[in-house]
Design a protein around this ligand. Structure first.
Ligand code: ATP
Ligand code: MG
Length: 418
């Protein structure tokens, strides 16, 4: 992509009404634009990151047997009345049709759609377990939406729902998901700062589990066992005073962002819809369910919160919008422009994702500042001087040192990095 064509240009100042760092950096660097509190447009750079996060999640969910579907956002009141959540869920967006006077909800989560969906296809024990997931926009009437992508009123979520013939089977799959989630956060570059956290299990289980990423802006307080790398959410600290794994009471208080959670629903959402299956002995039994969420857009915000410096974002390679930021420091001779153009074409041919700063209207310092702000992992700079020797300077976003290498070496180095 040529940066001269990229929409929009970077901004020197963050929007005045943004307080969270993720929102400031993402807005300045041109990844997102705020329409109103808690509602964002994903711009070309931002959408590339979001899609990469989606792909990591999709791959792990598919590996764990998940089948992808896409359920409606617009949902009938009746389904929400069946579970009692039409009246009890304070964040539910509701409205009335002007024509039919029917009432609807905008989906904040999808138990009220997925259970009746599965119910339509009479299940036998042979059809279970079943795992359905989607990556979709959710709507929640959040009281406070001031933390950029961390708490949206409209946001992207991955939600998987599992259906089982027994609690034992649910327990086994819960472990599978726990492991899938670890892989996802590892691949997304925040594995080291993300902890399996024991949280309330609601009325049905002792615990549920959250994945909490350590960050100052986080709304949650967790107590971390540094030895086991697991934590306890402050909400259950009174009942759970020690590390659930090693029983140590040496727990460290941290602020954290909940990037995902896994929950045993058991029969909470199968009962209201009479979701049952025919067991091996011919009898009818309740389907047992689990649900597993990841805040896809929140995860993007959480990564920015944990991976940045005073100059901008530092994207982990797996989810960076581009791998290389190629910069042409134009000289009078035109050599650098020729060479930079050649490198750009070569990279595209090799399938290397490259953003090419070919802008005429920026000084060198402004191009470097732009590159730091946008946060692409590799920076390749072509100047009149390096062009003399058919070389360029290469520097990683998170390292100080840089080296000047012949173009062939640079291509190799980038192609060989993962
Ligand atoms: P929270 O405790 O932060 O309000 P939750 O426990 O209500 O979230 P779930 O309903 O389990 O969240 O949703 C699954 C995931 O979706 C969460 O783990 C979180 O990562 C993400 N999420 C929830 N609410 C929002 C929101 N308003 N904006 C962005 N992501 C969200
Ligand atoms: Mg929560």
């Amino acid at each position: 992509m040529r940066q001269s064509q990229l929409f929009p240009k970077t901004q020197k100042e963050a929007p005045k009404d943004e307080t969270a760092l993720n929102a400031k950096l993402l807005a300045r660097a041109g990844f997102v634009d705020k329409l109103m509190a808690g509602v964002y447009t994903f711009l070309p750079l931002g959408l590339r990151v979001l899609k990469k996060i989606e792909d990591i999640i999709r791959e792990e969910m598919t590996k764990a047997g998940g089948q992808e579907i896409l359920m409606p956002v617009l949902q009938p009141k009746e389904n929400w009345q069946k579970t009692g959540r039409w009246d009890s869920l304070d964040i539910l967006f509701k409205f009335v049709s002007h024509y039919s006077k029917n009432e609807y909800a905008l989906g904040p989560t999808h138990e009220e759609v997925v259970s009746p969906l599965v119910k339509k296809f009479s299940l036998s024990y042979k059809n279970l377990p079943l795992y359905l997931f989607q990556i979709q926009t959710k709507f929640r009437d959040e009281k406070r939406a001031k933390s950029g992508l961390l708490r949206g009123r409209e946001f992207l979520m991955k939600d998987l729902y599992s259906f089982h013939a027994s609690e034992k089977d649910l327990d086994d799959y819960y472990k599978v998901m726990e492991n899938s989630y670890k892989n996802i956060f590892e691949k997304a570059g925040i594995g080291k700062k993300t902890y399996l956290t024991f949280a309330s299990g609601g009325s049905f289980s002792k615990y549920s589990h959250e994945f909490q990423t350590e960050a100052e802006v986080g709304e949650d307080v967790i107590f971390l066992c540094e030895k086991c790398r697991v934590a306890v959410n402050s909400e259950i600290k009174k009942e759970q005073k020690t590390c659930p794994q090693c029983d140590s009471n040496d727990l460290v208080e941290k602020k954290a962002i909940e990037v995902g959670n896994i929950f045993k629903l058991k029969t909470k959402y199968s009962n209201p819809f009479k979701l049952k299956f025919i067991a091996q002995d011919g009898s009818e039994k309740d389907v047992v369910m689990g649900c597993y969420g990841i805040g896809v857009s929140r995860l993007m915000g959480a990564i920015v919160e944990t991976s940045n410096d005073e100059n901008g974002i530092i994207w982990p390679e797996a989810i960076a919008p581009y791998k290389v930021h190629l910069i042409n420091l134009k000289g009078k001779e035109g050599k650098s422009s020729r060479l930079a153009g050649e490198i750009y074409e070569k990279m595209i041919k090799k399938g290397i994702e490259v953003l090419f700063n070919d802008r005429d209207d920026l000084r060198a310092g402004e191009k470097f500042a732009d590159a730091d702000l946008i946060g692409i992992p590799y920076r390749v700079i072509v100047s009149e001087k390096t062009a003399e020797n058919d070389s360029a300077e290469i520097k990683k976003r998170d390292e100080e040192k840089s080296e000047v290498l012949p173009i062939g070496e640079i291509m190799k180095k980038i192609a060989n990095s993962n």
